[in-house]
Write a protein of this length. Structure first.
Lengths: 348, 388
């Protein structure tokens, strides 16, 4: 057991922590709310090579793994950075897994923004998380991994999380990138990458939501005392901090299990996603609440966190339905388990 | 980062399983369920012989030189089998404090017996009018030559009737209040003037009320300096909050999964196919995993000589309480049948957990105390209790 980051991973964490602190200030986040995207920050992120950190070096990536990507996603989440990171990083790894070198090169160089269609059903009918800014989204049709090209007229869909969402419609052009069982499994793995990276981003969001709330509870007075003195205000923060630390460990374990290709890896990815989703919502909700009426106003930063804590989850997958995914992965699909009890009963 | 179990844990686990097979007998288990003492002297001595009462102490001090992970794995096996570890676990909180701050004579007198599994030390902190407020201590100690005279009453002194000593918190400066003016003693439990009254709990445990009337204790059994008890007890309290707890949430999960696999519904389908069962077990698997990971972090940081904070001590018991209730609902009326009845499901494990879990968020620092510690020390929030 080693729960410490390597020196290199620590450096990566510090680097992106300061990058997002500087380049994704609350002011910049608010400016980007109109289109849900900060092109300047995106360009900077491309320059750092962040997108390819999880792609091997011979394919033009940084040679790191999911954990390195998770560290970047967590720092992006901490500043609710308006860039489409989880899906694009997962898309890059999917292109690498399918050996689509030219499109991977375009994605990593920033020539084309390649994201992932994570919903169910035909890509054209999905409300795409990054649809307003992506040039291409990768999707699964049957056992084909396809690249769907953005049609000419895309209408951004105004939404609660200020995500660059859009629906592309049937005008979109489709290329088949790979076909068969392996690509199908690679696409499933990409969805697990998104589970893990969303969970990492939500952990960062939760950590900062707690910090924003704690800072307010240290300063703001009511009845002559700082409100953090009151246990009804303070104690939920303690539970949130513990849950956030637990969520972070679970996310990191999921990264490790994925890298080690352990049988439990996909189960851990879904578990991390559900727990981080719950924790980020609870942390931002309590933090907003203890701001009183101020927390409800658009001037207050915590509302930026509160909306995204939910939006980053709702746009991807319902945590309650994800429990079914976890159960299937832990126990096999319902009906697939022939247990002694069942056999005994049938004999009788 | 590496979440794989250290390969050498297999060895210690196998050794612990062999130990359980030999020493945790059905008679011992039934005796524990009947008495609720949390103590088995024969098992304790057998643990002592292996250096497992003080597993992390070096061999020359009677320990086994185990690392925190080996220790946690070994204790988990014994606990999962139902072996009573309350006695040695509690004794070690005091023994570690004595080892850190006790005089050389006291260390020499007490610690070898502890490590050998011969000496049991219970805790005398809580009083009738002071639970979480440990420092509201009213039990008095007055110096009389080479001795001290103690008068007072302590609550919830588990295994007092089986212990050799009590690690007793007293007030020696009558003018003091709060954390100042306190002195710690190791009081021999066979001293004249000690009266022990049994107190039975709904969790199959026996604890005690202990009365001290003019109990005379030699000054040699004082732990730390007079009126510096805060320093001594703080070390013991911190050790309790930073202990790597066995995740009982995981025990509950394991029991529930095997129940769901082995039990059929009226139509003959395994309960593991029931959508409601599946969703609850899926959600429980998350809390079990998080409890374990937070426990691992305690052990990992302990190895580096760092303290983790009471995260595991808060999340573990809180999730244990939550899920012990949920699992009883899930298993239904058969889950309520207790261990004494032949119809008991899995030895009555679900009703057992339901009964026991509620105490886990109280002893060893109530959840509220732990939350205040986290809020104050890690988030810099103002202290919520009046300063004394």
């Amino acid at each position: 057991v080693n729960l410490a980051l390597t020196d290199e991973q620590h450096l990566l964490q510090v680097t992106f922590s300061s990058l997002f602190a500087k380049e994704a200030s609350p002011t910049r986040v608010r400016i980007a709310e109109s289109i849900g995207h900060d092109p300047g920050l995106w360009e900077l992120l491309i320059e750092t090579g962040a997108l390819g950190v999880g792609v091997s070096e011979d394919l033009g990536g940084g040679g790191g793994g999911l954990l390195e990507l998770a560290l970047i996603a967590e720092e992006a989440g901490r500043r609710v950075a308006p860039v489409p990171f989880p899906e694009t990083a997962a898309a890059a790894r999917l292109l690498a897994a399918c050996g689509v070198r030219d499109l991977l090169y375009d994605a990593l160089s920033g020539a084309r923004l390649v994201s992932l269609a994570t919903g169910s059903g035909a890509v054209e009918r999905q409300l795409l998380t990054d649809g307003a800014v992506a040039d291409i989204v990768l999707g699964l049709q049957g056992d084909q991994v396809v690249a769907v090209h953005r049609p000419n007229d895309v209408r951004p869909v105004s939404n609660m999380g200020r995500l660059p969402m859009a629906r592309w419609g049937s005008a979109a052009e489709v290329d088949i990138l790979a076909e068969g069982d392996r690509p199908r499994r690679a696409f499933a793995a990409a969805l697990d990458d998104v589970r893990i990276l969303r969970s990492a981003a939500l952990n960062g969001l939760a950590g900062e939501a707690i910090e924003i709330g704690a800072a307010y509870a240290r300063e703001r007075k009511a009845f002559g005392l700082p409100i953090g003195t009151y246990q009804a205000v303070a104690h939920p923060f303690a539970d949130m901090l513990v849950a956030k630390d637990g969520a972070q460990l679970l996310t990191w374990k999921a990264c490790w299990a994925s890298a080690e290709q352990l049988p439990r890896a996909s189960s851990l990815a879904a578990m991390a996603y559900v727990f981080s989703a719950e924790t980020a919502y609870a942390a931002s909700q309590h933090s907003l609440h203890i701001h009183g009426g101020y927390g409800f106003t658009v001037e207050c930063d915590i509302q930026l966190y509160y909306r995204r804590a939910k939006a980053w989850v709702t746009t991807f997958a319902d945590p309650d339905r994800e429990l079914n995914v976890i159960a299937d992965r832990n126990f096999g699909a319902a009906g697939s388990t022939r247990t002694p009890a069942r056999v005994e009963h049938q004999k009788a | 980062m590496d979440f794989s179990e250290p390969p050498h844990l297999k060895d210690i686990r196998a050794e612990a399983e062999a130990f359980v097979a030999e020493h945790v007998t059905p008679e011992l288990l039934e005796d524990e369920l009947r008495t609720g003492d949390g103590v088995s002297r024969p098992m304790l001595r057998s643990m002592g012989a292996k250096g497992w009462v003080a597993p992390m102490w070096p061999k020359e001090e009677g320990g086994a030189g185990l690392d925190p992970f080996e220790t946690a794995a070994m204790l988990a096996v014994i606990r999962a089998a139902g072996g009573p570890t309350v006695g040695p676990g509690t004794t070690m909180l005091t023994a570690n404090a004595i080892r850190a701050v006790g005089s050389p004579q006291l260390r020499q007198r007490i610690l070898p017996g502890v490590a050998a599994g011969e000496t049991l030390i219970c805790l005398g902190y809580t009083e009738p009018e002071g639970g979480s407020d440990v420092f509201a201590c009213k039990t008095r100690s007055v110096r009389d030559g080479d001795e001290w005279v103690i008068n007072g009453q302590k609550m919830f002194t588990t295994f007092a009737h089986r212990a050799d000593y009590c690690f007793l918190l007293t007030r020696s400066d009558p003018a003091s209040n709060g954390p100042r003016g306190l002195t710690m003693f190791l009081v021999p439990m066979d001293s004249p003037g000690i009266e022990i009254q049994a107190l039975h709990t709904m969790g199959y445990e026996r604890t005690n009320i202990v009365f001290y009337s003019d109990v005379r204790v030699s000054d040699e059994l004082r732990v730390g300096e007079p009126e510096q008890g805060l320093h001594v007890i703080r070390a013991a309290l911190e050790a309790e909050q930073n202990v790597a707890p066995t995740s009982r949430t995981s025990h509950l999960y394991d029991a529930a999964v095997s129940w769901a696999r082995e039990t059929a519904d009226a139509a003959g389908d395994p309960m593991l196919d029931d959508p409601s069962v599946r969703r609850r077990l899926a959600r429980l698997s998350i809390d079990a995993e998080v409890s374990e990971l937070l426990g691992w972090r305690v052990a990992f940081l302990e190895q580096l000589g760092a303290k983790s904070g009471p995260h595991a001590a808060l999340f573990g018991p809180e999730s244990y309480v939550r899920w012990s209730k949920e699992m009883l609902d899930m298993v239904g009326p058969a889950g309520m049948v207790d261990w004494a009845d032949p119809e008991a499901v899995h030895g009555g494990v679900f009703e057992y957990h339901f009964r026991c879990s509620v105490a886990s968020t109280i002893y060893g620092g109530s959840s509220e105390v732990l939350r205040s510690l986290i809020a104050e020390q890690l988030l810099g929030l103002a202290r919520s209790r009046p300063k004394s």
